[in-house]
Design a protein around this ligand. Structure first.
Ligand code: PRP
Ligand code: URA
Length: 208
């Protein structure tokens, strides 16, 4: 899994423990997902090339390094990926966003697309946001949808993954860099990550 980057940091462990706690209310659950997204983005763009832009400073005009913010398109997978959008957008306020909605059939564990509002991605860096990689079916599907829009490259930011799901996506999409904050033991017989955080969409929106 050469394209899977396990981002380990005490602050991430701390946030993930809060996410695992069933007493964490939806509002804070969304905030913590957003924070994990922000930390993953920092890691994913660690070696990113900057451009020189001219700005006005208190001692006159001058050129300084900056990111070409408009070339980044964040793509949260609804529902559970949506809270991650806030944290990452705060870091790159000129970035764009596209949306994909997928629902996993809880019997067959297959994902179904019910909304695709991803713009043309030519010349852009697509950054997919989804907290969970369980069987990997949803992320695999999302990457296929994104690839149809011809991005320059694809990065995926994910909070918790099961080894089997990560292997599947890594194998099917070796060209996609996957940044994950926690790799758990595996899946239970219903396809949920153990220990995991439960159903992330329900937890985020208090619909359990
Ligand atoms: C969750 C999660 C992932 C998917 C992961 O979404 O946000 O998209 O399950 O499972 P997989 O790796 O086995 O495909 P879900 O389908 O529950 O929809 P929701 O976000 O609307 O709750
Ligand atoms: N989807 C979730 O939200 N959680 C899991 O553990 C698996 C799929």
């Amino acid at each position: 899994m050469e394209n899977v980057f396990y981002v380990e940091h005490p602050l991430l462990k701390n946030l993930i423990t809060k996410l695992r706690d069933i007493n964490t209310e939806g509002y804070f659950f969304r905030k913590f997902l957003s924070e994990v997204g922000r930390v993953l983005l920092i890691e994913a763009l660690k070696y990113e090339k900057t451009i020189e832009i001219e700005i006005n400073t208190w001692i006159g005009n001058s050129k300084f390094p900056a990111l070409d913010e408009e070339k980044y398109v964040f793509i949260p997978i609804l529902r559970a990926g949506l809270p991650m959008l806030e944290g990452v957008s705060e870091m790159l306020p000129k970035s764009k966003a596209g949306f994909i909605a997928l629902k996993r059939d809880e019997e067959t564990l297959e994902s179904h697309l019910y909304y695709d509002r991803v713009p043309d991605l030519k010349g852009h860096t697509a950054i997919i946001l989804d907290p969970m990689v369980a069987t990997g079916g949803s992320l695999d599907y999302a990457i296929k949808v994104v690839k149809h829009k011809n991005p320059e490259r694809i990065i995926s930011l994910n909070v918790i993954g099961a080894p089997e799901g990560l292997e599947r996506v890594s194998k099917n999409h070796p060209d996609v860099k996957i940044y994950i904050a926690q790799i758990d033991k595996g899946l239970n017989d219903k396809g949920y990550i153990v220990p995991g955080i439960g159903d992330a969409g329900d937890r985020a929106y208090n619909t359990d």
